[in-house]
Design a protein around this ligand. Structure first.
Ligand code: EPZ
Length: 430
């Protein structure tokens, strides 16, 4: 079985390239189902989730191919894929394909909008809470869809003539429900208004791609999206934005180990809340033309309490990594998780390094310790597993992170990127 072996203590220095965002690439790939024309996506990260979604899209009739040139025929470095679905060959997304990854459920939006019907297995994904789909279904119902549940599948049918634009308000911010209803509304008859829409940068990235494909969307990057349905969408050539969670993860790694790292392509405006917190802990952060520079001395950082929130708040997807950092802070921190009810599974694993963390309800109290010690630990979900890598980078001695298939879902070339910057990290088979 493969695991990651780390020897802690090295500082991180140099340039570290940030990959395309997983959580933008996935919905962008799904958006390709909305059109019979070609969608070319640039800067697509090579991740297990991206490969899994390709299987799902192929099941619906997509042909997917690597692209090595730009629109002018010039050779490109950026990893690019083309998606062509002239005909949707199957409107069913089966359990064995969908259960591995929650985002694959999102195909329900394009399938319903384009084919007026969809049968999609209820989703799986990281076990970080109950993660229901009621907002998605209520949103699609507002567009006129009839929804039934049949043997673990959602069966959705549009009215004769297709979905119908409508006004709706999500009771709570949901990234996935916003993606799905926004995509579905692009091909609905009439105007859809979504209130309390998620404002995560990945939503804006997808909305801009849809506009490039011919959709009419206003209010992009706000909580009030207005989508005027069009009859058909065309093709586009579009770039996936850099991964803000990967950026924040490596920023926290430097805060932990010390060093001087340029996070190449990192966009500060997409993770300002987390950068502000890191600055308060004592880390030096500056914006450069081609990225974000993080400088830290490797000493214990100041404790700063945080609460996770939808964008532009502190992201839940950086909570575990931040907790690893606070495990060595010079004092006590409180972290309140407000998005998911079961996202503290890394706490037991961080304790193996000697971290002193207690949980009461949705609040973790972290009493910083002077030294973390290397340990055998097990990844439990994607972001939790990278928090263990961060702890291991600073821990005294040797760490083995097991169950690393979680890491491969969302971090491209993690060991290579970190070892190029000085970390002692490798993938080993035990
Ligand atoms: C997206 O998940 C991300 N996934 C998650 O990243 C991220 O943690 C999350 O947004 C929050 O930012 C992708 O983009 C692929 P939500 P999503 O719907 O869309 C509740 C990672 O590590 N809710 O915004 O599934 C839900 O239970 C992953 O990359 C309902 O109650 O999250 C949660 O408490 C993990 N009913 C809250 O809303 C619904 O119908 C926010 O979830 C939908 C959601």
């Amino acid at each position: 079985m493969e695991c990651i072996r780390l020897i802690g203590g090295n500082q991180l220095n140099g340039d570290l390239p940030i990959s395309g965002a997983k959580n933008a690439a996935l919905p962008l790939m799904i958006a390709s189902l909305l059109t019979e024309k070609e969608l070319v996506l640039r800067n697509v990260p090579d991740l297990a989730d991206v490969r899994q979604l390709q299987l799902i899209l192929k099941n619906h009739g997509a042909s997917i191919n690597p692209v090595s040139t730009d629109a002018n025929g010039e050779k490109v470095e950026s990893p690019s894929l083309s998606f062509n679905t002239p005909v949707i060959t199957d409107t069913c997304a089966p359990y064995d394909l969908v259960s591995a990854m929650r985002a694959s459920f999102w195909v329900i939006g394009p399938l319903l909008a384009r084919e007026h019907k969809a049968r999609v297995s209820l989703p799986g994904g990281c076990a970080i809470g109950t993660r229901p789909v009621d907002f998605y279904l209520d949103g699609l119902k507002a567009l006129g869809a009839n929804i039934e549940i049949d043997e673990g599948y959602i069966v959705a049918t549009a009215p004769k003539g297709g979905l119908v634009g409508s006004k709706l308000r999500f009771p709570k911010v949901s990234v996935g429900a916003t993606h799905v209803v926004m995509m579905a509304a692009t091909l609905a008859n009439g105007i859809t208004e979504i209130e309390n829409a998620a404002q995560e940068p990945e939503i804006g990235n997808v909305a801009r791609c849809l506009v490039a494909m011919g959709a009419k969307i206003s209010g992009i990057d706000t909580s009030h999206l207005v989508i005027e349905g069009v009859e058909k969408l065309g093709g586009a050539d579009f770039e996936v934005l850099p991964d803000r969670i990967e950026t924040g993860t490596f920023a926290m790694a430097v805060a932990m180990t010390g060093g001087n790292l340029l996070l190449k392509n990192g966009r500060p405006e997409n993770l300002q809340a987390a950068l502000n917190v890191l600055e308060l802990t004592g880390v030096n952060i500056s914006t450069e033309k081609n990225g974000i520079r993080i400088i830290a001395n490797g000493e214990r950082v100041r404790p700063v309490s945080v609460e996770t929130d939808p964008f532009p708040g502190f992201p839940t997807d950086l909570q575990a990594q931040y907790m690893a950092l606070m495990a060595r802070a010079d004092g006590t921190t409180k972290i309140r998780e407000t998005i998911f009810e079961n996202r503290f599974m890394h706490v037991a694993e961080l304790a193996r390094f000697g971290a002193d963390i207690s949980i009461e309800g949705q609040v973790a109290t972290i009493k910083g310790v002077k030294t973390l010690k290397g340990a055998q630990v097990m990844a439990t979900d994607l972001r939790a597993s990278v928090s263990l890598v961060i702890a291991g980078l600073a821990a005294k001695g040797e760490t083995f992170v097991n169950q690393i298939h979680h890491l491969d879902r969302g971090f491209e070339n993690l060991e290579e990127k970190l070892s190029n910057c000085g970390a002692d990290i490798s993938r080993v088979s035990l």
